[in-house]
Design a protein around this ligand. Sequence first.
Ligand SMILES: NC(=O)c1ccc[n+]([C@@H]2O[C@H](COP(=O)([O-])OP(=O)(O)OC[C@H]3O[C@@H](n4cnc5c(N)ncnc54)[C@H](OP(=O)(O)O)[C@@H]3O)[C@@H](O)[C@H]2O)c1
Length: 227
Amino acid sequence: MIRPYIHLNCASTADGKLSYADGTRLRISGEWDMKRVHTLRQRYGAILVGAGTITKDDPKLTVKGDYVQDPLPITKVIIDGSGSVSPSSRFFKTLGPSIIFIGSEVDHTWTDEVLRRNEGRKDDITIIPLHTKEGVFPLKKALAKLHHMGIDRILVEGGPTILWGFLNNGLWDRFTIYHGPMLVGGRGPGITGGRGTFDPLRIKLENVMKTEEGGVLLDYLPVMVRP
Ligand SMILES: NC(=O)c1ccc[n+]([C@@H]2O[C@H](COP(=O)([O-])OP(=O)(O)OC[C@H]3O[C@@H](n4cnc5c(N)ncnc54)[C@H](OP(=O)(O)O)[C@@H]3O)[C@@H](O)[C@H]2O)c1
């Protein structure tokens, strides 16, 4: 299957959590990791997140000038099977194309509202409906479509449900996890979500780096792609 090169990335606490126990945003990365992530965003030129992350965090999905000199707009891709993200989400307002994949059953009133609320940026907004099968959104089709649109590499920044979707379908080439030096406990979102598997995915640790801010960066590669 032809798809973009996929780099998965997340910031986790040392106890494997991506946010506070109630799902609210937790600043895990220090300045070193922020610079690494924003440099990656600029290098890849395209970033993908799931609807849950938009709803919980309302990120701008930009490259910040604090970390990268003369940042350029990047392409923002959202996977939103049920058309649940708010039409007033901040990423719609930032420079650069926004591509939102939705399920084909999403009511057109959502699409209309997105375009109405973001009138000034509507030339930069592409909404792509795809057929879901038994409620499962076709990630592979979305990736083939992105490749067809000229996106040949992409940084996937979560959250856990999306990360598991990519991992479990063998749709990845590199996975970096930054473990910040903190613990939060609880039952909040972990590195991966989804339904899980009784057939563990094997991954290969390629590199480990202790960072100057006391965190650890783990760099994994896939061992093999399951059929
Ligand atoms: N620390 C970090 O690096 C980091 C990064 C990002 C997010 N987060 C945290 O992660 C949490 C949000 O994570 P989340 O798991 O709720 O949301 P998410 O992974 O951002 O998005 C999940 C949504 O993606 C959609 N989706 C559609 N097709 C999918 C597929 N094939 N596979 C997987 N997902 C698919 C689903 O929406 P539909 O149900 O509408 O189809 C699903 O609900 C927040 O607490 C946020 O703070 C942390």
